[in-house]
Design a protein around this ligand. Structure first.
Ligand code: ADP
Length: 229
């Protein structure tokens, strides 16, 4: 709790300077930091204590201070090197002839926001989101007799992501196209320009990845993921 409160306090100019020095020269002793700033070790003691408590610095006896925070470029690197394949969640897939009524039931049953519609060979044909279902529901049509193929966003307008793409690619696509999720697809062997749905990536996947980085930030590079499994 103390840590959370301290984290939102803005760092002073001197604390920022200390961080810069430790980033550049760490591990470095308190005395060496003080010398670089032309201050005494005693003057710096409260700042070093705060930076250590907040978690920006790590203090090790006889070694000195090392930087422990995450740099923005490290964060971007992390998203640019972690693949969709490791983070994808299970997709909910229906035949395109399924009724809107049944699609609504599936959305509640599986607690998802988006469902994918496929043809008889299992190839992706459409995306049905909550808004699509709401829009259909406020009309007068019978939801039992209305197939999802009538209301879905269909190929070739579907924005997809492949398992070998990165979380950064996926996040950019969702932001650029103002959508909440992407089907993870693999090209089908049967016919050109057709795809099998093998997963889904949502904005929640990206948020969970942020939490994972926060929890493991001292071992940020090369960490294994468990999201989406
Ligand atoms: P919601 O309807 O819950 O707000 P979205 O913002 O993802 O969900 O969907 C908005 C619209 O974009 C819907 O009409 C939906 O069919 C469409 N859509 C959703 N995902 C995709 C996608 N991956 N590619 C193309 N269109 C999509």
């Amino acid at each position: 709790m103390v840590r959370r409160v301290v984290e939102v306090i803005k760092l002073t100019k001197r604390q920022e300077e200390i961080l810069q020095i430790v980033k550049e020269f760490g591990p470095i002793t308190g005395k060496q930091i003080a010398d670089k700033l032309s201050l005494t070790r005693a003057t710096l003691r409260p700042d070093l204590a705060i930076l250590t408590m907040v978690g920006n610095l790590e203090a090790r006896p006889r070694v000195g201070y090392s930087y422990k925070g995450i740099e923005i470029d490290q964060l971007t690197d992390w998203f640019a090197t972690h693949l969709v394949s490791a983070y994808k969640a299970h997709p909910i897939v229906l035949n395109k002839s399924t009724s809107v009524y049944d699609a609504i039931v599936q959305i509640f049953l599986h607690d998802v926001g988006t469902i994918y519609a496929v043809d008889g060979d299992g190839h992706l044909e459409g995306v049905i989101s909550r808004k699509d279902l709401l829009r259909a529901s406020i009309g007068n049509q019978s939801l039992h007799g209305l197939p999802v193929s009538v209301i879905m966003t269909r190929m070739p307008n579907i924005i997809m992501v492949q398992p070998e793409e990165t979380l950064l690619d996926a996040a950019k696509k969702m932001i650029d196209h103002h959508i909440d999720s992407l089907p993870v697809v693999q090209a089908s062997q049967l016919k050109e320009e057709t795809y099998k749905v093998v997963g889904r990536i949502t904005k929640t996947t990206i948020s969970k990845a942020f939490i994972e980085i926060g929890q493991h930030h001292s071992t940020i590079k090369g960490s294994e993921s468990h999201i989406g499994r």
